[in-house]
Design a protein. Sequence first.
Lengths: 297, 342, 252
Amino acid sequence: MSERSSNSVAQSSLLRISLWRRFTDCFATSVAALTVVLVLLPLGAIFAYLVYRGIGSINWAFLTQTPKPVGEAGGGMANAIGGSVLILGIASLLGVPFGIGAGIYLAEYGRNRFGDIIRFTSDVLNGVPSIVIGIVAYSVVVLRQKHFSAVAGGFALAIMMVPTITRTTEEMLLLVPQSIREAAYGLGVPRWRTTLSITLRTATSGVITGVMLAFARVAGETAPLLFTAFGNQYWNLNVNQSTAALPLQIFTYAISPFDEWHRQAWAGALVLIVLIVGAVAAVRIAVRRGALAGANN
Amino acid sequence: MANQAFPRPQLTGQPVSQKTTVEPKTRPLPLMPSSSGEVADRLFGFAMLTCAVAILGLLVLIVYELVGRSQLSWHAFGWKFFAGRDWNPVEEHFGALPFIYGTLVSSLLALIIAVPLAVGVAVFTTEMCPKWLRGPLSFTTELLAAIPSVIYGLWAIFVLVPLLRQYVQPFLARTLGWTGLFEGPPYGIGMLAAGIILAIMIVPIISSITREVLMVVPQHQREGVLALGATRWEMIRIGVLRNARAGILGGVILGLGRALGETMAVTMVIGNRPEIARSLFAPGYTMASVIANEFSEATGDVYLSALIEIGLALFLVTIVVNALARLMVWSVTRGLPARAHV
Amino acid sequence: MGVTIHVENLNAWYGKVQALHDINLKFEPNHATALIGPSGCGKSTFIRCLNRMHETIPEARVKGRVRIGELDAYNGTSATQLRRRVGMVFQKPNPFPSMSIYDNVASGLKLNGVRNRKQLDEVVERSLNASALWDEVKDQLHKQSGAGLSGGQQQRLCIARALAVEPEVLLMDEPCSALDPISTGKIEELIFQLKEQYTIVIVTHNMQQAARVAEFTGFFLLGKVIEFDKTEKIFTNPSNKRTEDYITGRFG
């Protein structure tokens, strides 16, 4: 406290305030720490339950067989896993090139008003509810094709992937120093070549990060698939047929009244989460291991 | 060409070459094709522009499809669609009020629970916790965001709902039953369960935006307040939170946008009954849920159109909410990475 | 062989700010010309106008005429064609981080569509020899990344990369400012050998360097050429008072 203060009353009152202030300081810190605990609790609970309920039902049959009729034990989700792979493949095929292209546009050509509009649109698109995307995919693809299909599901998921990929690609390209681009220009390399072979190549791991994040985000999406891919109890790899997907199957089984299906839902959820968390964690580790390592000199 | 002022390190003493102004007229470059790449450049730029415009196009497509396919319902019911409480597919009479109510109440409930938690987590990770804890903490909150909605729903059905039914709801009814918000039979399933699961889902969004905004607050703002003899909490309150208000609010609104449109988890626990009840124990229905449940079995054209109109309304609300949020967040964080370029 | 560079009435802007005012200069082939002046005087902007690098900056504009040999840089020539004949070495060494040493040197040719492996091998060896780097890196051409070399080696790698596309002019924008004295000495030695074959324009803030490597020197101030003459003349008997002030260290 202030040594200059000759007034002991003032000093003691200062001291008292200080005690009160120190108390609030401690209190605030504990409250903040408590919120962390409260938030991590459900996370822990969810993972614990997934493992606890799911692990027992994961076996070879679960991964390789299609569902058995109600009442019969056994069967698996092979159709759903295969269907998810199919739908996500279609989504990536449609969404990744567009997302990266738009990201390149924003980073290399879009430092202007129009670029800001695209950035804004992309952010807004990112917030459109997935169920609404489902409606759009339904009316664009399903109504024209006259039936549910993997393509419709892939289309819906592609729309959801684009904004994420666009914005991360842009960010990653902007991390590449301008001097690297200049070096290529200085060699008489055309701009398009510079962008693809120098800038994009330097930022490759960052761009892959964005793609993986987008992928992880849509891999668990259920709502846009409800009336596009629709689901299928049988094995199907025809892109024009209604197709099962892991999240859809989990949903169907979760709201069913059968214990056997509940078990399978937990097992499916565990498989799904392992896939997604695995992807996210792999990306994070890769990023820390020096994605763009070469680019920060 | 010796120089008096500064001696060269090693003088090669080469003679001044003659003024060789005669140059070969065209110097062939045997190794490289002589194309200038200008055409390719323009094509490439155009292709990238197309991708960017496609993003705009997607938004336009969404609006076009939703507006076009909801016409039938719009012509049949007009504005009354949003005020009507009756949802009757058999008689083809549709009013969306119960769904709007359900969406609003569940989202607001989620915000009330999530905002203090999310801001607390963000403040703790950026300002209070030791450095080594920062990475793992933000990683785990990110993990929360990576869990698919359907898994939240699954967990809520089998873990959260029984918990609510057996412990939380009876307790609330006993202590706060007089408010009218917590009365009726404790089903577990209902508005309260939906609000809680939504809250868990939007915490990571709000806290990650808040964290981003807090980190933008310049260090000298913190130091300025600390230099006045403030405690850490006072520094956070005065130097950090006050400066980041707009951005945090943006994050909260962004969380609201996500809550409004969230489908699966809510559908699995809210009860799916188109009723408006005061009690949070009662089942409800949201705009997203009704689309999820009834879309693929909607038989009549008007029925389908009514569902799409709900989708349109949901879309418009989330667009406005998201645009607002983005503007607020941009107003705080904007410019940093974007302007560093060039 | 080098070519003559004629610059007539060159003006350059960044947005509304004019950075160069009516520059008229002539650079002799197979000589090195140094451009000196305080920072912000426009010497870097000027050199970037010679290979049309200036225009890659948003809102930057150029007016005037630049002739590189028989090529009219701003009229009837594409920027990429021009840059293949006017090599550039930058202030900070900027090897491509994702490429090996070999690929860095070969990049100019590869990215312009040359695929012939034997030709590339030849060019890489010749260029690395010319930039006096061959002996130091010949055993790790494919293993080592360009970014893994020391600063001075990186800069010589960048010179090799520029030489690989067989330019007639070599522009050097403060090539030694990020290097230690020993590396600087090596680069200067290199410039000495290179000017037998190229027209070299070197921007430097180091007057000793200008005096050591260049036959001609131009003094820039506030976007204008104050004096351009033989190096000897500039440093021993400048005709302009402001040049004298600058080289004697009275300002700048």
